[in-house]
Design a protein around this ligand. Structure first.
Ligand code: SF4
Length: 354
């Protein structure tokens, strides 16, 4: 188990649950409209369960806008710093409780003031290496193994911080290659077993392909016990990144947020149009307690048993569907009567007769 660190009140590592992160895609600027857009995106992310959001911080002119944002959202923010350690100092002056630095573009000899200031202010530093910004030196040292190069990039700065007595560190090594990312994180976990890690696959892409890449890498690492915070990087809305992040944790039974919807893939035996049933059910179950299992099954082969094992179950029958609650059959319904019966079924009472 890693040590636990705190970003303001957010615990990371140790016995804390795996945290779900995203990154603001709105651009922070001194314009009120942009600041409001960032604040609104923070609120939407919070509503999805996002626990930490990175924010691009490319200019010292953003110190005041960042200060404003931090005062107007409860979402913990991590300032994303590249090239210039003075930007990290500006973000810390604004009150930011965590910063990310990129070892590929941050000169080592300029880090000392940044480290000492972070220590004074209790700011967490994430050392986040990306496959796309590795230095030629680390590539050479790794003899062309990009996973090893990522590891070496993070190691160099982690060692510097640790030597200066700074331990509030999160390690992160990401690439758009799943195998490289897994290799780099395995090396980091062996070298620094007590430091928390942030995991993800960077530049994973859009749509199904992006989700599959992110899920493949993140799930493989979590299954090895590696990863204390995660981000599913997608060319999509950040809220979707958070939803997919929770879906991974739910699938691995590491964390529950929202209901667990089970539905069969359907086949020629189906008695009900499961896709239509899912469309009816999904809007009705978002308010159910975290981890509530809802099963929507197409026929009597697996349906009744699977549905009966769920807190709420629906299985197709020759004339409609049978509803179960906590293993007890509630009743048989015709397809036409389901739209009016289901809201009451999923309501807090939920014990309607058949
Ligand atoms: S539950 Fe029935 S309809 Fe669904 S996949 Fe299994 S056999 Fe097919």
């Amino acid at each position: 188990m890693t040590r636990q660190i705190k970003i303001a009140t957010l615990t990371v590592g140790g016995r804390a649950p795996v945290r779900v992160e995203s990154m603001l895609k709105e651009r922070l600027s001194g314009e009120r409209e942009d600041m409001e857009k960032c604040r609104a995106q923070c609120e939407r992310l919070l509503a999805e369960g996002c626990e930490l959001a990175r924010l691009a911080f490319p200019s010292p002119d953003l110190e005041k806008p960042l200060e404003w944002l931090l005062q107007h959202t409860r979402l913990p923010i991590m300032a994303d710093i590249h090239f210039d350690p003075d930007l990290a100092l500006a973000a810390m002056r604004a009150g930011c409780a965590s910063i990310r630095i990129n070892p590929g573009n941050m000169p080592l000899h300029k880090l000392t003031t940044l480290i000492d200031t972070a220590k004074d202010k209790g700011v967490v530093i994430r050392i986040g290496a990306n496959g796309g910004s590795l230095s030629g030196r680390h590539r050479e040292q790794s003899k062309g193994d990009s996973g090893v190069a990522l590891f070496l990039a993070v190691k160099e700065q982690a060692d510097l911080l640790l030597q200066r007595g700074f331990c509030d560190i999160i390690l992160s090594a990401k690439s758009s290659s799943v195998p490289d990312t897994i290799r780099a994180n395995g090396l980091l976990a062996s070298a620094y077993p007590d430091l928390p890690t942030h995991i993800g696959i960077t530049e994973a892409g859009p749509g199904d392909g992006g989700i599959v890449k992110g899920v493949s890498g993140i799930a493989a690492l979590l299954s090895q016990g590696i990863g204390n915070t995660l981000r599913v990087s997608l060319t999509d809305e950040p809220e979707r990144e958070v939803r997919v992040g929770y879906a991974i944790l739910r699938a691995l039974e590491l964390r529950q947020r929202g209901p667990n919807l089970i539905s069969c893939p359907t086949c020629g035996r189906r008695r009900a149009d499961v896709r239509e049933l899912v469309k009816l059910v999904e809007p009705l179950i978002s308010g159910l307690p975290d981890g509530t299992t809802v099963a929507v099954m197409g026929c009597e082969v697996n349906g009744p048993k699977e549905a009966a094992n769920a807190q709420y179950g629906i299985a197709g029958t020759p004339v409609g569907a049978v509803l179960f609650k906590n293993g007890t059959m509630v009743g048989n319904y015709s397809f036409d009567s389901l739209p009016s019966a289901l809201p009451e079924f999923f309501s807090s009472r939920g014990d309607i007769g058949g």
